[in-house]
Design a binder for this molecule. Structure first.
Ligand code: URA
Length: 179
């Protein structure tokens, strides 16, 4: 389900250039959820094409996971002003669109705090939950969920890089066994 072009369910509509919809291959059943579009994503209408996207692309390449094989999306589809975190209200307003992207997923990866807050209701330290697989309920169905670091958290944090690469390796292995 796509938000209408004139969607104004939350204040993020005021500053957007494009609604940034999921990208990738939904038939894989694997969905990575980031936080929110940044400037480049807003301009191009594609998730993770800016700095964080380059980091994610680099890890995927190193771990042998083709980005085009999985789906990449965000908790909200419009860019928050100044790249601030999306609020709980904004994520809630966009949630029905996100849920429609997740209903057929086999494995969901939450990239960073906003995704984990929105999907797991978790508001603690990421270090305590990263790569600990759990399950979340989407429209009455339990779907495996792996919390991990957001690519931006990896810029100055070597252990976050190790964790995110490990997450991506797990996803690649899982994708191979599903094929
Ligand atoms: N950060 C995100 O969480 N999502 C994007 O699409 C880009 C940067």
């Amino acid at each position: 389900m796509r938000p209408p072009e004139n969607c104004n369910l939350c204040p993020l509509s005021e500053g957007r250039t494009n609604i940034v919809m999921p990208h990738g291959d939904a038939s894989s059943g694997i969905v990575f959820i980031g936080e929110a579009p940044g400037e480049k994503e807003d301009l191009q209408g594609i998730p993770f094409v800016g700095k964080a996207g380059k980091i994610l692309d680099g890890f995927m390449e190193e771990e042998g996971l083709q980005r085009s094989r999985v789906v990449i999306t965000n908790t909200v589809k419009c860019r928050p002003p100044g790249n601030r975190d999306p609020t709980e209200e904004e994520m809630a307003a966009c949630r029905k669109f996100l849920n429609s992207e997740l209903s057929d997923a086999r494995l969901i990866i939450g990239l960073g705090k906003s995704a984990c807050k929105n999907l797991m209701g978790y508001d603690g330290r990421m270090a305590d939950i990263v790569n600990k697989r759990t399950a979340i309920e989407i429209d009455g169905k339990m779907i495996p969920f792996i919390p991990t670091y957001h690519p931006s958290a990896c810029i100055y944090n070597k252990s976050a890089r190790t964790v995110l690469r490990e997450t991506i390796r797990t996803v690649r292995e899982e994708l191979e066994t599903l094929e």
